[in-house]
Design a protein around this ligand. Structure first.
Ligand code: DX5
Ligand code: ZN
Length: 223
């Protein structure tokens, strides 16, 4: 039970002002955020297209935030080096998009970024069985990927609980990230289930000022 630990909030830029990304990143940093979530979409793995390495590289020069990069792209092996060079601190690949997941994760580590795996709502946790010890983070998708502003899928709570027991049983240091439909009012339940990092897009960026919004998320997790 994650009762005393404060969750990390990683705002998803998908809901930020795309005409002013450097300004948004600066505002996040000033508001006290430490992580930011980049939703990279290729229009094939998910039915939407967002941004790629040139945008991330451009923003890297202007931001000290931890770049948590969520690759919703087919066959991510093709771009691992580019994203690390662009400044990704953590690279999260979808298990459903990797033919040789262990090799992909080892390559991310070799390149110097933190390896992470994302699971779509339907994907069972068992797929992590043999790679869990090499993971810095597992991303539990609590919506079907591709869009912001969707509703949280309730069975994600049980999935987070089961993942937490898998991590504890194996004595791993793997963080649990929850992504999709996370407003402040369910942060307490999520942290109690074992979530360490919460991704929020629409429920965060739609409610400036960001410092106040961050406090709302953090206090709600402890109430
Ligand atoms: C969806 C993305 C999420 C999404 C979260 O494919 O992975 O990060 O942007 O947005 P909200 O918080 O609005 O559900
Ligand atoms: Zn995401």
């Amino acid at each position: 039970m994650n009762t005393d630990k404060k969750p990390i909030l990683s705002p998803s830029l998908l809901s930020a002002d795309f005409s002013n990304l450097a300004g948004e990143l600066n505002a996040l940093e000033e508001a006290g955020l430490t992580w930011v979530h980049w939703d990279v979409m290729d229009g094939s793995f998910v039915p939407n297209i967002t941004f790629g390495t040139p945008v991330i590289a451009g923003c890297r020069k202007k931001s000290g935030l931890f770049f948590d990069v969520h690759l919703m792209i087919e066959d991510p092996d093709r771009y691992l080096e580019n994203f690390v060079r662009a400044g990704a601190d953590l690279l999260c690949v979808h298990a459903e998009a990797c033919r040789h997941l262990e090799r992909t994760l080892s390559e991310i580590s070799r390149l110097g970024a933190k390896p992470a795996v994302a699971l779509n709502p339907h994907t069972p946790l068992e797929i992590l069985e043999y790679v869990l010890p090499q993971l810095d983070l597992v991303l539990i998708m609590s919506v079907n990927p591709g869009f912001g502003g969707q509703k949280f899928i309730p069975f994600s709570l049980e999935k987070i609980r089961r993942l937490k027991s898998m991590i504890t049983a194996r004595d791993c240091k793997t963080l649990i990230q929850v992504d999709g439909g996370v407003p402040p009012d369910n942060t307490r339940e999520l942290t109690e289930c074992g979530a360490d990092v919460l991704v929020s897009g629409s429920a965060f960026f739609a409610h400036p000022p960001y410092q106040k919004r961050l406090e709302t998320f953090i206090t709600a997790a402890k109430d």
